[in-house]
Design a protein around this ligand. Sequence first.
Ligand code: GLU
Length: 307
Amino acid sequence: MSVTGRFAPTPSGRLHLGNLLCALIAYLSARSRDGRFLLRIEDLDVPRCPVSLAREAMADLSYLGITWDETPLFQSERSDIYLKYFEHIKKQGLLYPCFCSRAQLHAALAPNRGDNTAVYPGTCANLSPLEIAEKMKSRRPAMRLRVPDETIAFTDSHYGLYSEYLPKDCGDFIIQRSDGIFAYQLAVVVDDALSGVNEVVRGCDILSSTPRQIYLQRLLAFSTPTYAHIPLLESPDGRRLAKRSGDLDLTQLSKRFSRDEILGILAFSIGLLPENRPAAMEELIRIFDWKNVKTEDIRLPAGILTG
Ligand code: GLU
């Protein structure tokens, strides 16, 4: 079966070297097998994701020589589509309104998931219709999805077996926020399925979202793509790269390095090249092999960025 891969950035800041690494590996994985490659802009949270940053992300990818096959999807334009699938889940009787504030959720439990969200303690899981009507008067609820008493396991093609016992490791999760915006978990599942994506390559900070996404695929009768998570990049001082910190973006890097030098730094740091040297995209497509992609997080050596 031919591969359809994708890169799906959230343009809440400029892409940093870690995001570019993820785009590169997703791209190489698809293109090295003559596959299709799609771009999706995950700008559901419109105020945090201005179109200027989406344009910048596309320009950064193009600068590196990463190309995509169809007009990119913008999630901000697709709420009607998400609504249809939301309704489908609602009909299955699995949603309930949740009136908890962010502060209440923080107070209830310390975060204990990899993605820094707390397992929901079930505060609103069994409200009576009367209680719901009363609470509706003062607060618009988020909509939460009940998880089954079940373990969902899958084999990540890079990290191997990963499983979560949903009630304990995950908990009921939000699929529509109180401001009406559909949650990432729903949008990503709908979009990957409708675009025919059959290979998802992304940072391992999202590994723990995958069982939730597989559960949603089951409810919506979508097939499950192959998942391959990749390690994260840390700055030379051991910080996880973040869009907020504005470090290691292409404006700064391209002042000091050529395009092929940047590709070489990325390829070397993830294990695709045995030494740090310039590399053209065509060469990387030719030599790409998942066997060489590291699994442990990567701290960029200080020297690598001093040129
Ligand atoms: N939009 C997510 C991010 O930028 C990635 C989602 C995904 O690849 O599934 O972190």
